[in-house]
Design a protein around this ligand. Sequence first.
Ligand code: PLP
Length: 394
Amino acid sequence: MVSEEMYRLGTKKSTIRAIFEYGRRRAAEVGAENVFDFSLGNPNVPAPEFIRDAAVDILMHSAPPEVHGYTIAPGKPEVRETIAADMSKRFDMRVTGKNLFMTAGAAASVTITLKALCEAGDEFVAFAPFFPEYRVFVEAVGGRFVAVPAKTDDFQIDVDAFEHALTPQTKAVIVNSPNNPSGAVYSAQTITRLAHLLRAKEEAYGHPIFIIADEPYRELVYGELTVPCIPNFYDNTIVCYSYSKSLSLPGERIGYIAVPDAVADFDRVYGAVAGAARVLTHVNAPSLWQLVAARCAGLTADLSTYRTNARLLYEGLTAAGFDCMRPQGAFYLFPKALEPDDYAFCERAKGYDLLLVPGTDFGCPGYFRAAYCVGTELIRRALPRFQKLAESYR
Ligand code: PLP
């Protein structure tokens, strides 16, 4: 009567969702202040005031159809021109409005891109640890999801393992940096090696292999690091971006796909993006938020809290004995669990009201994710609990 697959997807909660809901039930029992929920990647930093000002000004001074009306499917031309000019300036790349397709956030950007590229039998590669929805997105468009095991010493890409995962059916590889959940930023050296290998395989297989650069955390980077701009390393790169994290607007659903001119057969790829958006009934990105994104091009929320939180949690956890890479970007820490079974470890952490996500969900067993897009004070109060949790293993 209904699609078994859709029923399964709609009713089987993701682990992250299940933990989040457990947290709400537990908060009702012991009080919200006594539950330390590190499960969700929902930005705690408020959207900046200039966003509200821009939205209010647009609503006050624009009449439909300028706001509220349908826009053309790729998005308002002047919005795309403004955003493309800002991208070109910031990333030393050349894109104009015709290269951009406005979307309802990164999930839509990635799914539309996959749908645009996927033909029968195609494979799409992702590097563990990866955003779990990638598998859902790839399978939804009829592709085969291929995971490359994690390189846990530094959470860069294991290029040799990647080479083994490539086949003539490989259509694209999803590259997410800064990374959810590892907090790694792929270095210029990593991207150079990746690009070199992909060019060799394109030549060997006689067809393009695309990089889908999923970059919702592009501006969340710490220390002296910069995030390499992948289209400057590899021509066949399609960038998927969203304002969910950089402007703290996850509920407003706004982002874009950038298909640079250098992408093989640009006209056909961009046309297929438009076709994919059409069959996925995307219609157009929200018109108000297109206008706001253009007004605020190049600006971000105050991301300094994440830097503070990253340092505090990293130092607290390593002092408690956790083995963990210093976070480079995004807002996640991905330490080694204190026992091989990461599910058992996260269950034990619940006993201390610490809500953590097992690494297995990200294709990387034996680790766990702690999202630090939470109040700094909550992290301060949580650290003694992490200490006790670690002591319980000694
Ligand atoms: N890609 C990654 C790596 C993410 O972490 C997320 C959300 O957490 C998304 C895509 C989806 O982002 P959006 O809210 O813009 O759809």
